[in-house]
Design a protein around this ligand. Structure first.
Ligand code: KG4
Ligand code: ZN
Length: 337
């Protein structure tokens, strides 16, 4: 990351590895992090055309997350910072998600065309569009956050049970789809009828900003107990996926827009793996247009977990001259936003 531009963003995906087990296996995730860390760091420097000595600082996710995986990244980054004599920054994973909608990989012909430089550095944009309401939707989190300004944010609401991505994954599992099922449900739903079945929209009319998705999953389970052959019929499977997706998306869109209007926030931003969902992107765009709100959706590659969002937040902290993190700091697996 340099001046708001993404110089490189290398991702070592573990999706296939965990798919065989139907979910993330913490021990395997830790082992894979250990295996991938140095090759990924070397590749990131190569892509950026830099050496380690060129770095101004080293950053890593400090929390929240799986303890083993956090430990590998944090300790390796602290060791690198120590050896280079450069500051280290421990970054909050969810705070970094707030910045993913401001990352862009649009090429800038004035810079090295092989690199992902951003012609509109997001730093200026970020300040211009505050306050905003930010939706973070992934396999582990469903959060509505009020962003008042740089490093000033407060959680408005979160899920009281399953996360939105977890709901996609668990319903997909009931339907016999591979983990993580969100992308495949999205694909099937695109060819189905969202009004074929009416599933509950949990907490849609609750005045608060919290979410709940486990009841929706349970009602799909009861529905499938009564219709066990449905997943074998491709057309009915597509309709079911579209109907479940519509229930999840309706709640996410309605509660996000309602919070933005209530707080007078002119801008809505969205990130996290579920932000890749086509219906969510489409319906949020429509709703924001209707209400006169600015929408910043993270590009798909910056919606799922990535290093660029960690980099941009670290750079913002350096620019704001916030103190660096101790080289002895420990992981924060349950760090609240
Ligand atoms: O942010 P992420 O990559 O990892 C964490 O959970 O931290 O999000 C992964 C989640 C999974 O639950 C996956 O099923 C969901 O995002 N997901 C989607 C789509 N793409 C990924 N859900 C619905 N539609 C999609 N297109
Ligand atoms: Zn995440």
């Amino acid at each position: 990351m340099s001046g708001g531009c993404v110089l490189s963003n290398v991702i070592a995906s573990q999706t296939r590895l965990h798919a065989a087990y139907g979910g993330v296996v913490p021990e395997l995730a830790t082992r894979e992090h250990l295996r991938n860390l140095l090759p990924v760091a070397r590749q990131a420097l190569r892509d950026a055309g830099l050496t380690a000595g060129d770095l101004d600082a080293v950053a890593a996710t400090q929390g929240p997350g799986l303890p083993g995986a956090l430990l590998i990244g944090l300790k390796a980054a602290q060791a690198l910072a120590f050896s280079l004599g450069k500051p280290f920054l421990g970054i909050h994973h969810l705070e970094a998600h707030l910045y993913s909608p401001w990352l862009s990989s649009a090429p800038n012909p004035n810079l090295n065309p092989n690199l992902n430089h951003n012609p509109n550095p997001p730093h200026a944009d970020f300040a211009q569009f505050q306050p905003s309401v930010s939706l973070i939707v992934s396999g582990g989190h469903t959060l509505l956050v009020q962003v008042k300004g740089e490093f000033q944010h407060g959680v408005l609401g979160s899920t009281v049970d399953d996360a939105a991505g977890e709901c996609f994954d668990k319903v997909g599992k009931l339907l016999g789809l591979a983990y993580p099922a969100g992308p495949e449900m999205d694909r099937l739903a695109g060819q189905g009828n969202p009004r074929a079945h009416c599933f509950p929209r949990p907490m849609l009319h609750d005045p608060g900003d919290d979410f709940s998705f486990s009841g929706l999953k349970t009602s799909v389970r009861y529905f499938l107990e009564k219709n066990p052959a449905l997943p074998d019929d491709p057309a009915r499977l597509r309709d079911l996926c579209a109907s479940v997706q519509a229930a999840i998306v309706d709640v996410l869109v309605a509660k996000t827009i309602r919070a933005a209007l209530r707080l007078g926030a002119p801008c809505v931003t969205v990130s996290g793996g579920v932000a890749c969902n086509s219906a969510l992107r489409r319906d949020l765009a429509r709703a924001c247009r209707r209400e006169g709100l600015v929408l910043r959706l993270a590009e798909k590659k910056y919606s799922t977990d990535n290093a660029a969002m960690i980099g941009i937040l670290a750079e913002r902290k350096l620019l704001a001259r916030l103190p660096s993190t101790s080289l002895d700091a420990e992981i924060e697996p349950s760090w609240a936003l």
